[in-house]
Design a protein around this ligand. Structure first.
Ligand code: SF4
Length: 337
């Protein structure tokens, strides 16, 4: 077995399988952890030789996309790694294993504090699921350097936690600067857009920190260019995902009406996994993404035609000002199918 950089909590998984007397299980990993899948499967198999273990090889980017619907007639348990549960009704039992990272947070945080202005007194702290178990250590470390740390609970997120589509935990933070502990620029970008505070990204995987201003400026320039290009569009495809945690049916219907009210054509395109190739057959000038909010931003360069967020569509249609630009979010309030 390879050395794993995450805590896969094998005892929890094995006990759960035994307790349920589960015969068939499917393991679901996000893209970044798929290289551990065989080692994880082998370890469980060694402990439970009679259990049928399947690795879900489809792309997976969040708890919005559970494997329960795929093979649910055959499967007793889905083990979903690296994400916290969303309030989504599942078709079979799902065990969430957060797969906490063992990466050190001290070095990148100290590096981040080295970038903090001498006038700063109050620091906002946010992180992702992989590092949530080290939150107390992070707070203690920052406070030991004389700062006050503030963090908040979001709608559907724990104190100090952000998801790629849920930044509710940072919107009301009254702080001088925010330290985001994690690796991806996207989350830091969201924190910056929603707070307009200085944001420093402390990356535990490389043990360093970086400012995100340059990335923020570059992304805003790209978004501005996409919006400008879409302003000549006469027809729009509204992309709707059938993934449970990404399905925004009512929003798609509302956007179609909105576009038509403004004199343009609109079609709703439903798909599971959204990819540029799937859009090629449709002779439409621009697309609006109601599936994962990250697709329009992170994958922008992969699409030949502009792919907008719902808020960006409002700018195109002249009902929102560019000054009020916001990231798109999917906030799931109640359990939904
Ligand atoms: S919708 Fe996108 S950002 Fe939100 S949990 Fe799913 S993959 Fe992550």
């Amino acid at each position: 077995m390879s050395t794993l950089d995450y805590d896969y909590k094998f005892d929890v998984i094995i006990n759960k399988i035994k307790e349920m007397d589960a015969g068939n299980i499917i393991l679901q990993f996000p893209e970044g952890l798929k290289s551990d899948a065989i080692s994880v499967s082998d370890t469980i198999q060694e402990a439970l030789p009679d259990v049928n273990i399947i690795i879900d090889a489809d792309p997976c980017f969040g708890a919005c996309d559970l494997a329960d619907v795929k093979v649910n007639k055959h499967i007793d348990l889905v083990v979903h790694f690296a994400h916290t549960p969303l309030p989504i009704r599942t078709d079979c039992p799902v065990l969430f294993i957060e797969a906490h990272s063992t990466a050190d947070v001290e070095r990148p945080i100290l590096d981040a504090l080295g970038r903090v202005d001498s006038t700063v007194k109050v620091i906002g702290l946010v992180t992702t699921t992989q590092h949530m178990h080290k939150l107390d250590e992070m707070i203690h470390l920052i406070e030991s350097r004389g700062y006050t740390v503030k963090l908040d609970k979001g709608m559907g997120t724990s104190p100090g936690q952000v998801l790629g589509c849920n930044f509710t935990s940072i919107k009301n933070l009254d702080v001088d600067v925010i330290i985001y502990v994690g690796s991806g620029d996207f989350h830091a970008l969201g924190v910056k857009l929603f707070t307009e505070k200085p944001v420093i990204l402390a990356d535990p995987f490389i043990g360093q920190s970086r400012e995100i201003e340059e990335f923020y400026d570059r992304i805003l320039r790209i978004r501005f260019a996409r919006i400008a290009k879409a302003q000549s569009a006469k027809s729009f495809g509204i992309i709707m995902s059938s993934k449970k945690g990404q399905l925004r049916f009512d929003l798609a219907i509302r956007l179609k009406q909105l576009i038509r009210e403004h004199g343009f054509d609109a079609q709703i395109l439903n798909m599971d996994y959204v990819s540029p190739d799937l859009l090629l057959p449709y002779n439409l000038d621009a697309f609006v993404m109601t599936a994962c909010p990250r697709i329009a931003i992170d994958d922008s360069a992969m699409y030949k035609k502009p792919v907008l967020t719902p808020d960006e569509l409002e700018i195109v249609l002249g009902i929102r000002d560019w000054e009020n630009y916001q990231m798109d979010e999917i906030i799931i309030h109640d359990e939904q199918t």
